[in-house]
Write a protein that binds this ligand. Structure first.
Ligand code: SF4
Length: 229
């Protein structure tokens, strides 16, 4: 039986971000991430200076995870992290199981690890979130051109950028042109409703002017930074 290191499985709730925002969904949040974004709101999946992996993560059979998702009565499952592509065998088994049930699958990833063909064959949408300088990491760590090209080649990827201030949009434009990333979704960073609303307002006009999309973080507007919703 194939295993997956999981941080949390939760739902039904709403997909909070991107093209499917507002859609009823179940979530599988896997553990571990090769990156370390300064503003990461799920650091409990990877930051072992601040969190205890023995408490935060559990190794579960994929069949067990599928049974929990089955009980949610959802037709969309979002596989997120952490970094889902860090667990190739587990992701493949989970995605195949969901696909066999007729469930729509979205995978959220930082885009630094290319997907394998068997997973590409069954995932409906890749929500790829390349990280900007505001993440505090060196470019070579957060931007991997071959991996981004692999996501573009799927024809089923959207590119979602976490923005702290409107000046970040110039950096996005450079990445979008260099790596041919389309469509572009801009999402404000923020883990409370007031910050999020203020940043959404500041971003609205400049994002429209560039021909891009803007997404809220619906779960933050509804529930703040509570886990598991
Ligand atoms: S890629 Fe995602 S999970 Fe990993 S550190 Fe950055 S925000 Fe957190």
């Amino acid at each position: 039986m194939t295993d997956l290191v999981v941080a949390e499985v939760f739902g039904p709730t709403f997909q909070g971000e991107g093209p499917s925002a507002g859609r009823r969904a179940g979530f599988v949040r896997v553990g571990r991430c090769p990156l370390s974004c300064s503003w990461c709101d799920t650091a409990y999946t990877w930051d072992w200076d601040r969190f205890d992996p023995a408490k935060e993560l559990s190794r579960r059979g994929v069949d067990d995870v599928l049974a929990e998702v089955d009980a949610m009565d959802v037709d969309l499952v979002v596989i997120t992290g952490g970094e889902p592509l860090g667990q190739r065998a587990g992701l493949s088994a989970l995605a195949r199981g969901l696909h066999d049930r007729g469930t729509r699958i979205e995978v959220e990833t930082s885009g630094v690890l290319a997907p394998s063909p068997d997973v590409v064959a069954v995932v409906d949408q890749w929500n790829v979130s390349p990280k900007l300088a505001n993440s505090g990491m060196e470019p070579a760590r957060r931007i991997v051109p071959d991996a981004l090209a692999a996501f573009v080649a799927t024809g089923r990827a959207i590119f979602k950028f976490v923005v702290v201030e409107p000046a970040d949009l110039d950096e996005i434009a450079g990445l979008v042109d260099e790596h041919r990333l389309r469509p572009v979704w801009v999402m404000p960073e923020g883990t409370d409703a007031a910050t999020l609303a203020e940043r959404l307002r500041a971003l609205a006009e400049p994002v429209l002017a560039r021909g891009w999309h803007l997404t809220p973080r619906l779960h933050v507007l509804l529930w703040g930074d509570r886990r598991g919703v």
